[in-house]
Write a protein that binds this ligand. Structure first.
Ligand code: NAD
Ligand code: UD1
Length: 339
C-alpha cells in the first residue's frame, strides 16, 4: 500500500479517485485550493469509505506549501488533477490558465524532484489529438494544436513531462488521456458540481431535468454522424478513477513516460445520450437544436486497447449506468454541494 498525494482531490474526478484509493487500502493526502470544489466532497468521501484522509488547503503554484506537504508525509506517488478546465473561460483569461495548469504543473514536479518522488499520474485529455485523426483514436496518432487554451495547456504539460522523463530516468509518468467523464458514485453522495452554466453536455442535461435550466441546446444537427449530432466517448467517472489505480501500479514498477487513452471505445451521439437519459430515468429533457459550437469535432472516441492490455484496466459501466448515476447524484443534490 502506498501514500498518495492527490492534487485537486476535492474536485469531480479527484474525489471519486480518493474513494477508490481509500477502498484499495492506500493512504491519501489531498492538496487542493478549493477554487472549483468544496471541502464537503472530502467529508463525504470519508463517510462513504469509513476511512480518513488528510486534507491540505493549498495552491500547487506555492512551492513552500508543497515542500511542507512532502516533508510531512512520506509520499510514494502523485496523482495530479489540480487545474482549471473551463474551455470558454480559457479563451477569455489565457494567462490564468497558463499559470494554473502549466506553471502549476512545473511547480509540482519541481517540488517532487526536491522530495525525491518520481512517480506521477497526470490528467490529460483526448483534446490533445490532432483533429484530423479519424476515430477510434489511438496513442500513436499525432497530437495537434487544440482549438482552445485549456487544451493547449494539456498538450504543453504532456510534452514537458515527456521531455523530463527522457532527460532523467528516475521519472515514471503516466499521461491519462480522458475522453468524456460522466456519472457519479453509486451512492449519489459525490458527483460533478460545476459552477455557473455548465460547459459540458452531461451536467447540462441533468440540470435541465432537475429544473435548474429551461432546455438543452444541441449544438449542431448536420454532422456526418448517425443522427447528425456530435458523437463522443462517455466514460463512467468510477471507471476513470480506477484507471488511476491501475496506472499507479504500472508506474510504481516502470520508468519513462507513457500515454494511455481512458475511454470505453464506444461513441454515443448527443441525441442518443438525451433519449437514453429520458428512458433510463423516466424524466423529460426539453431541448432545441442550435448552431454548431466553435471548436467541436463531429466524432471522437477512443481505441482503448493499450490501457486494457498494459494497465490491466477495463471499463465496467454502460451508458445506461452513467446516465442513471448522473441523475441519482443530481436528484439528491439539486444545488450540488450547497445543500
Ligand atoms: P475539477 O475542477 O472538479 O477538479 C479540479 C480540482 O483542482 C478542483 O478541486 C480545484 O479546486 C483544484 N485546483 C484548481 N487549480 C488549483 C491550483 N492551482 N492548486 C490547487 N488546486 C487547484 O475538475 P475535474 O473534472 O475533476 O478534472 C480533474 C482534472 O482532469 C483536471 O486537470 C482536468 O483538466 C482534467 N480533465 C477533466 C476532464 C473532464 O471532462 N472533467 C476531461 C479531461 C481532463
Ligand atoms: C469539451 C471540450 C474539451 C474538454 C472536454 C472535457 C470544447 C470544444 N471541447 O469536449 O476541450 O477536454 O469538454 O471538459 O469545448 N453539447 C451540446 N450541448 C451542450 C453541451 C455539449 O450539444 O450544452 C454537445 C457538444 O457539441 C458535443 C457533446 O455534446 O458534441 C459533448 O460536449 P462536451 O461535454 O462539452 O465535451 P467535448 O465537446 O467532447
Amino acid at each position: 500500500m502506498a501514500n498518495i498525494l492527490v492534487t485537486g482531490g476535492a474536485g469531480y474526478i479527484g474525489s471519486h479517485t480518493c474513494v477508490e484509493l481509500l477502498n484499495a487500502g492506500h493512504s491519501v493526502v489531498v492538496f487542493d485550493n478549493l477554487s472549483n470544489s468544496s471541502e464537503e466532497a472530502l467529508v463525504r468521501v470519508q463517510a462513504l469509505t469509513a476511512k480518513s484522509l488528510i486534507f491540505v488547503e493549498g495552491d500547487i503554484r506555492d512551492a513552500n506549501a508543497l515542500d511542507q506537504v512532502f516533508a510531512a508525509h512520506q509520499i510514494d506517488a502523485v496523482i495530479h488533477f489540480a487545474g482549471l478546465k473551463a474551455v470558454g473561460e480559457s479563451q477569455q483569461i489565457p494567462l490564468v490558465y497558463f499559470d494554473n495548469n502549466i506553471a502549476g504543473s512545473i511547480s509540482l514536479v519541481q517540488a517532487m524532484q526536491r522530495a525525491n518522488v518520481f512517480n506521477l499520474v497526470f490528467s490529460s485529455s483526448a483534446t490533445v489529438y490532432d483533429e484530423a485523426n479519424i476515430s477510434p483514436l489511438n496513442e500513436d496518432m499525432p497530437t495537434g494544436m487544440p482549438s482552445n487554451n485549456y487544451g493547449y495547456t494539456k498538450l504543453i504539460v504532456e510534452q514537458m513531462l515527456q521531455k523530463l522523463a527522457i532527460a532523467d530516468a528516475r521519472w515514471s509518468i503516466a499521461l491519462l488521456r480522458y475522453f468524456n467523464p460522466v456519472g457519479a458514485h453509486k451512492s449519489g453522495r459525490i458527483g460533478e458540481d460545476p459552477q455557473g452554466i455548465p460547459n459540458n453536455l452531461m451536467p447540462y442535461v441533468t440540470q435541465v431535468a432537475v429544473g435548474r435550466r429551461e432546455k438543452l441546446s444541441i449544438f449542431g444537427q448536420d454532422y456526418d454522424t448517425v443522427d447528425g449530432t456530435g458523437v463522443r466517448d462517455y466514460i463512467h467517472v468510477v471507471d476513470l478513477a480506477n484507471a488511476h489505480l491501475c496506472a499507479l501500479n504500472n508506474r510504481l514498477e516502470a520508468a519513462g513516460c507513457r500515454a494511455w487513452n481512458i475511454g470505453t471505445g464506444n461513441g454515443s451521439s448527443v441525441l442518443e445520450v438525451k433519449n437514453t437519459f429520458e428512458q433510463v430515468n423516466g424524466v423529460a429533457v426539453a431541448f432545441e437544436f442550435a448552431p454548431r459550437r466553435e471548436g467541436d469535432v463531429a466524432t471522437s472516441f477512443a481505441d482503448n486497447a493499450r490501457a486494457i492490455a498494459e494497465l490491466g484496466w477495463k471499463p465496467q459501466y454502460t451508458l445506461e449506468d452513467m446516465l442513471a448515476d448522473s441523475w441519482n447524484w443530481q436528484k439528491q443534490n439539486p444545488e450540488g454541494y450547497k445543500k
